[in-house]
Every structure is written in C-alpha cells, then in structure tokens.
Ligand binder design. Structure first.
Ligand SMILES: [Zn+2]
Length: 104
C-alpha cells in the first residue's frame, strides 16, 4: 500500500480530523507521517497495524523523547499499541488518557 493510502485509511480507522496520535494539530506545514510503533527490525509485518499517525512536528518530538526519556517513550508506545489493538478512535476520551500518560 502506498504511503498516501496508508494515511488515508488510518485517518478513517481512527477518526482523525484535526489532531494526530500525540495531540498535535495537523497543518499545511506539519503534515501527517507514519510512525512505526514497533521498530521495523523487530517486526516482520510492516503495515498499517504498526503505524501511528504523527505530524512532522510531533514525529520529531516523539523521537526526541525516545532519546532523552526512554521510560516516557515506552509508555507512549504501549498506549499506541493498545490504541491499535482496540482500533480506538481519537476522541476526547483518547486525548484525556494521553494527557495522563504525558503528565505522569
Ligand atoms: Zn517514528
């Protein structure tokens, strides 16, 4: 599947309108990208079940967290995996749970 189709399908699957998986606003300058929740090297199936949609801005931020705060990065990864497993939509309840993880 093409990158464009992956993003389109993921937007539908998770009901994404204006914010990404990390709560960042989608803009013309900060567009959606695919983040591999489980790194490609550890996961043979590389498809939309392993992608979180992050704006370019959020994507940089998440990998900054990965290099500075592994504990927080792992918590975010677990939350993304649960979100994918449950095909959770990104509604107010999702962002409220995300806030709890980011502030813990
Ligand atoms: Zn990434």
């Amino acid at each position: 599947m093409s990158k464009k189709m992956d993003i389109k399908n993921l937007k539908i699957m998770h009901h994404i309108t204006d914010r990404d998986f990390l709560g960042y606003k989608i803009t013309k300058r900060s567009v959606l990208t695919r983040h591999h929740i489980i790194k490609k090297v550890h996961y043979e199936i590389d498809d939309i079940t392993n992608y979180a949609l992050l704006t370019t801005e959020a994507h940089v931020e998440l990998h900054r967290i990965e290099s500075t705060n592994q504990t927080l990065y792992n918590r975010i990864t677990d939350f993304f995996l649960e979100t994918k497993r449950d095909c959770r939509v990104l509604d107010d309840s999702y962002y409220s749970d995300l806030e709890k993880i980011l502030r813990r």
